[in-house]
Design a protein. Structure first.
Length: 85
């Protein structure tokens, strides 16, 4: 078991989360997309927001895909947002 697996197991146990509900690779993928496409500090914030979305009932795979797409289109999204302001 590597450090990431050990940490994940420990956190799941501490927070009472069923590790079977966790898609670690999807979360790491989204945070990588955000870190490289938006900004490094946005990655942990995005992971937190992804967790909030899942807690509110959003399907984790759907939310992860939407966030990765948003990060990939960050430049275009900010241009459109600035036009609307």
């Amino acid at each position: 078991m590597n450090v990431l697996e050990e940490w994940t197991a420990l956190v799941c146990k501490e927070l009472g989360i069923d590790p079977a509900r966790l898609d670690r690779d999807a979360i790491l993928g989204v945070t990588k997309d955000v870190a490289h496409g938006v900004a490094r500090p946005a990655a942990p914030l995005t992971a937190y927001l992804l967790g909030l979305a899942q807690g509110a009932g959003t399907a984790p795979q759907d939310a992860a895909a939407r966030l990765s797409a948003l990060a990939a289109n960050w430049g275009k999204a900010t241009e459109e947002t600035m036009k609307d302001a």
